[in-house]
Structures are given as C-alpha cells and as structure tokens.
Design a protein around this ligand. Structure first.
Ligand code: MTE
Length: 318
C-alpha cells in the first residue's frame, strides 16, 4: 500500500537545525547536572515566598524552546487548560481544580515487569534528578503553547521496574475521584481517563513525567502531582494526574479513541498533513500570538522521533 505520509515528508527546512538540536542536548545535560541544586532550591526557605506571579516575572522572559520560541507565561499555562475531569471550559478548570488533593499520592507500576512497585510521588522526586525541558505542546484543537516543564524521563522509571519481553505497550490511568472531580460525573466519557504509548515511544528520551512548571510544583489544573508529556503527539496523549502505569502486550484502549474512534487515533502524532475530520491541522494558534503559524510534522521533533514510525502509514495510523 502506498504511504500518503510520504507526500508530506519532513522537509529539511522544517527539521530542527542540527546545531539547535545539539545545543538543546547540551542544555538538557546541563539541566540534569544542576537538577540537584534545582530540587534543593525548591526546598529553600525563600522558595515559599515565591508566588506564581514572581516566578513568571523572574523566569518568563528569556526562556525559549530550542527553536527560539518564547515560553508562554505562567499565567497562560495556569489558566487555559484542558482537563475534562473538572470542566470542558478551559478558563474554568483552574478555579475548579483549586484545592484538589494531591498528597498523599502513589503511582502503581505493574503488568509485564520483573519488579512491579507502587511509588510515592516523593520517592520518584528523590530517586530521579529533575530536569527542565522546554517543550511545545500542540493541542489537537489547533492551539499551542511553549511550556518549561520540570520532570524526569519516563524511561528512567520503566528501566527500574524492568519490562519483560511480553511488554509491548504502556497504559496510563488518571485518578478516579468523582467527589473532587465533578466532570467525572458526566456519562459521556468512559472514566477514568486512559492513554497509551508503544513501549519504544515510552522509552524515547523526549517522553517526560512532569512534576513541575517554571521550577515550581506543577499546579492541579496542569495535572498535579505527576503527568505525562509527549511533545511530538497531540496534547491529549499527555495524560494528567497519573495513578497507574501498566506494561501490557496489546495496544490499550484510550479515552478519546473510545469516544470518537474516527477522530482520535492511538498514535496521534502531530501531523499537518492529516486533518481532523472537522478541522484543518495545517496551522495552529500559539496562545498569546495574533496570527496563526504553520504546524510542524511531529511538532518539530521529527529528528528525534520520525524513525520510530519507519514503514508505517501515518495517515492510517493517525
Ligand atoms: N488528562 C486528563 N486526565 N484529562 C484531560 O482532560 N486533556 C488533555 C491532556 N491531558 C486531559 C489530560 C489535553 S486535550 C491537553 S491539550 C492537555 O492535557 C492540556 O494540558 P495543559 O492543560 O496542562 O496545558
């Protein structure tokens, strides 16, 4: 069968320039080295005095992604959210998520692994150095942001539990707590929210478990205390408030591909060449900008991830 994706190849002009990519790698490495001090800084007495406003003022200007795009402000990231467990109204999520109980919190890692274990979030924070990763987030609804996350690669956690040869996919589950998350009362969605990745996608260095934004604890509305970030895929893959990670043999069900299988596929790689049935994916609105910008194949991360899909028809496996 012909591969229609080949008609929209990653043009060399669209690939992250090598120098930028390499300097990004240096940056990530450096971020890893200073991670210890960052974690300490978060515990320093004066950290308690820092408000989101002061952090945004301190950290906002100057932070850019590896393409030179400025990071969105803390306020933008904190007040424009998709989190259906609270509301389908993006501007209402922050208020409704206020006070959501995020401690104590555990993440169960189970399934086809040699060493299944339930981790407290505080253990994860102390076990794995926290890095800063400034990623573009491209929502399937055609808006985007640049977000400075703090977190650690999912691969570090998966390596620790030792996946067995039967493990082919990873299934993620959000907490189910309808008494605090009123949206979970909606009969239109199969709660809890579920997502999945192929094991090699999950092991890719870009795939992050995020616990912070702008060096501050991640906010309830952004998926506290721990959420996934998969920057080359539409934002709905980046599941929030994770309580379960299961290594499985078969492609797992996901909330969106269950609700609307013809609209939301399992892979959901950002692809300007494959439109959503109800709108174009060729361009996007960066929150804070007036004119639209072109959407990049794999959200600009093609150099790191395109080879994961060699030989696959990405217009069928959308
Ligand atoms: N995770 C859960 N549990 N529930 C959700 O509704 N929305 C997804 C994703 N993760 C969602 C979720 C969508 S559609 C997007 S675009 C991102 O979260 C938005 O993340 P943000 O609000 O932190 O920007």
């Amino acid at each position: 069968m012909s591969n229609p994706f080949k008609s929209v190849p990653v043009r060399s002009s669209e690939i992250t320039p090598k120098e930028t990519y390499l300097s990004r790698r240096d940056f990530i490495k450096a971020a890893g080295v200073v991670a210890g001090s960052m974690a300490l800084a978060a515990c320093a007495p004066n950290a308690a005095d820092m408000t989101p406003e002061s952090l945004a003022a301190d950290a906002g200007p100057g932070k850019t992604d590896e393409r030179g795009d400025p990071a969105n402000s803390f306020e933008e990231i904190a007040n424009y959210n998709n989190y259906y467990e609270f509301s389908t109204n993006k501007e209402a999520v922050a208020g409704l998520a206020k006070g959501f109980t995020t401690a104590p919190w555990t993440v169960e890692v189970s399934g086809f692994v040699s060493k299944p274990k339930t981790f407290g979030v505080e253990d994860l924070l102390s076990m794995f150095p926290q890095e800063e990763r400034i990623y573009r987030l491209r929502c399937v609804e055609a808006w985007s942001m640049v977000i400075p996350w703090n977190g650690f690669p999912l691969a570090s956690l998966l390596k620790m539990v030792e996946p067995t040869s039967d493990a082919k996919y990873v299934r993620f589950e959000t907490i189910y707590r309808p008494e605090e998350m009123k949206g979970q009362g909606s009969p239109f969605y199969p709660w809890p929210y579920q997502e999945g990745l192929r094991l090699d996608e999950a092991m890719n260095d870009l795939t992050l478990l995020a616990t912070g934004i702008y060096g501050e604890d991640i906010l309830a509305q952004n998926g506290a205390p721990i959420r996934l970030v998969v920057p080359w895929k539409y934002g709905f893959k980046s599941i929030k408030s994770i309580v379960k990670i299961e290594l499985v043999a078969e492609e797992p069900q996901t909330l969106w591909s269950t609700v609307a299988p013809s609209e939301y596929g399992f892979y959901a790689n950002v692809n300007p060449g494959v439109d959503h049935p109800r709108w174009s994916q060729a361009t996007e609105r960066r929150i804070g900008e007036i004119s639209r910008r072109g959407t990049l194949p794999f959200n600009g991360y093609g150099e790191q991830v395109a080879s994961l899909y060699d030989g696959m028809d990405l217009s069928l496996n959308y």
